[in-house]
Design a protein around this ligand. Structure first.
Ligand code: ATP
Length: 239
């Protein structure tokens, strides 16, 4: 579904990704593990078209998408729930959700929009209870649900999640990840998950990659990564 080949991403003259290659198959949950500053967000932002200076190839469902605008990439079927949630704080839950439909919204398909919103409220009932509340006044967990839901409103086939568990209580994290796993099972949604919570990431994924200073240093099936000495030592604190 997604193939990244020799991707280099730059901030001015700084090369933050140094020839990254990876692939994600339809219906998989693939995780990307790495320390602070290793290039995880840069990779997701490069895929969704937010990093202007990149070289290499990004193929989505066989089509080259590097260099396309984020608007076009979202329209093609990829969505990002970004690091730090990036909600429109002074706007309501409903308005944040509607903004996720930017590429297909029109008065003519109001019914489709309403159906989508109802679907989101079934996935995350708490958001339904808060629909008129301003996004900035929600709890951290509700904000994360809203960020993921806004991404889902764009009807992605590939969902990119950038550190969704940051700052949340274990119960809330469990709730969000259970919902995502159920969603994947029902709809065959493909998920690329960036997480610092390595236990959580390895628990939910089928495969994963480890990134260090802008390079993929390891990849494998969940069990391989869970038993890898370097992963155990550096990311799970086990000697
Ligand atoms: P974190 O877990 O802290 O979010 P990360 O793995 O997502 O880290 P990135 O944010 O992708 O890492 O950063 C990769 C490298 O690029 C780091 O060295 C970082 O300092 C640098 N970097 C990130 N954003 C910018 C920017 N806007 N301008 C210059 N350098 C940047």
């Amino acid at each position: 579904m997604l193939t990244v080949r020799s991707l280099k991403s730059y901030y001015e003259s700084i090369c933050a990704l140094k020839a990254v290659s990876l692939h994600i198959e339809k219906g998989e949950i693939v995780t990307l593990i790495g320390a602070n500053g290793s290039g995880k967000s840069t990779l997701l932002n490069s895929i969704i078209g937010l990093i202007p200076r990149i070289t290499g190839t990004i193929l989505f469902e066989g089509k080259e998408i590097q260099g396309l605008s984020s608007y076009t990439i979202v329209k093609l079927g990829i969505a990002l729930a970004p690091e730090g949630r990036q909600l429109f704080s002074p706007m309501s839950v409903l308005d944040n959700l509607i903004l996720g439909t930017y590429h297909y919204y029109s008065f003519k398909n109001r019914q489709k929009l309403n159906d989508k919103i109802e679907w989101i409220f079934e996935l995350f009932p708490l958001l339904g209870k808060r629909k008129k509340q301003l996004a900035g006044t929600l709890s951290g967990g509700e904000q994360q649900m809203l960020s993921i839901s806004r991404a889902l409103m764009s009807e992605p086939r590939l969902l990119l999640l950038d550190e969704p568990s940051t700052g949340l209580a274990p119960k809330i994290i469990e709730n969000i990840f259970r919902t995502l796993t159920e969603l994947k099972e029902k709809t065959n949604l493909t998920i690329f998950l960036v997480e610092q919570n390595v236990n959580l990431a390895l628990d939910i994924c089928q495969r994963g990659y480890v990134i260090e200073t802008g390079q993929i240093i390891l990849s494998g099936e969940k069990e391989e990564l869970m038993n890898n000495k370097e992963v155990l030592r550096a990311y799970l604190g086990k000697e």
